[in-house]
Design a protein around this ligand. Sequence first.
Ligand SMILES: Cc1cc2nc3c(=O)[nH]c(=O)nc-3n(C[C@H](O)[C@H](O)[C@H](O)COP(=O)(O)O)c2cc1C
Length: 156
Amino acid sequence: MIPSSYITDIFSHDKNFQTIMKNMLQTTFEISFEGVMITESGPGYPIIYVNPAFCAMTGYTIEELVGRSPSILQGEKSDQRVLAELKEKIEKGEIFHGKTVNYRKDGLEFIMEWKIVPIRNEDGNISHYLAIQRESRDDELGYQSIDTQLPFAGNH
Ligand SMILES: Cc1cc2nc3c(=O)[nH]c(=O)nc-3n(C[C@H](O)[C@H](O)[C@H](O)COP(=O)(O)O)c2cc1C
């Protein structure tokens, strides 16, 4: 298995390390087929970034989402059990993987499948959360939370 530090190790001795990592991260988010959302870790999890795929999926612009809570996507059919589990897991520093009903800006519902990983700062405290999100076309697993094993994510 490739450890998660592999990508940073490749460039660690390059004098342009920070620029290369920044450009790579930015490009990955901007061209990704899947939605990316980054939030603060404080109450309501205010959104600080969403990528173009996220905007295309939900119908919101980045300007409409920054500063808002991801709960803007929730509605009548959103699964409260899954959302409670999300909160419990990520605040303990664990990875969450689940599905729930969400709503686009125009009100149309869809099934959101997402993983959320806590991002830690130099002090080891959770400063942000990062989510990878997609519309699920497979409702075989219902709206339940899904167990995931990502041994390296969230530890760095
Ligand atoms: C990074 C991140 C992404 C989230 N994305 C979604 C989402 O796509 N859909 C959703 O229904 N809830 C999402 N949530 C959960 C809501 O933010 C949460 O249910 C809401 O803020 C209510 O939290 P509270 O119980 O603390 O008030 C996300 C949370 C985080 C941290």
